[in-house]
Ligand binder design. Structure first.
Ligand code: ZN
Length: 104
């Protein structure tokens, strides 16, 4: 299979879960094939996949199965402003220093 973007070989297909809409209209679609190119690093959905997603969204009453889902909201106050690796090590340092204080 060739990459649509750069035309090279070496694309991989991953399956992802995506959510559409929110609140009561939330729709979760599982196993959406995403094409990832190892050459240019691009990830994209094929037109066919996008079309299928539109179909699922239109026919959700027929196609979707109701399942209880746990929904968590990621609080705005803790959205990382710096890159995640840095925040992670920062949290780690804080944890370490808390443990040290407790130890004394
Ligand atoms: Zn590519």
């Amino acid at each position: 299979m060739l990459c649509d973007i750069c035309g090279s070989e070496g694309v991989k297909i991953r399956q992802i879960t995506r959510t559409y809409g929110k609140g009561k209209d939330l729709l979760v679609i599982e196993n959406i094939p995403v094409i990832t190119c190892t050459h240019c690093g691009e990830s994209y959905l094929t037109t066919e996949t996008l079309h299928k997603i539109e179909q699922i969204k239109t026919n959700r009453k027929k196609l979707a199965v109701e399942r209880p889902v746990e929904v968590a909201t990621f609080g705005l106050s803790i959205v990382p402003k710096i890159n995640c690796c840095f925040s992670y090590s920062l949290t780690n340092n804080l944890l370490t220093s808390t443990q040290q204080t407790k130890g004394k």
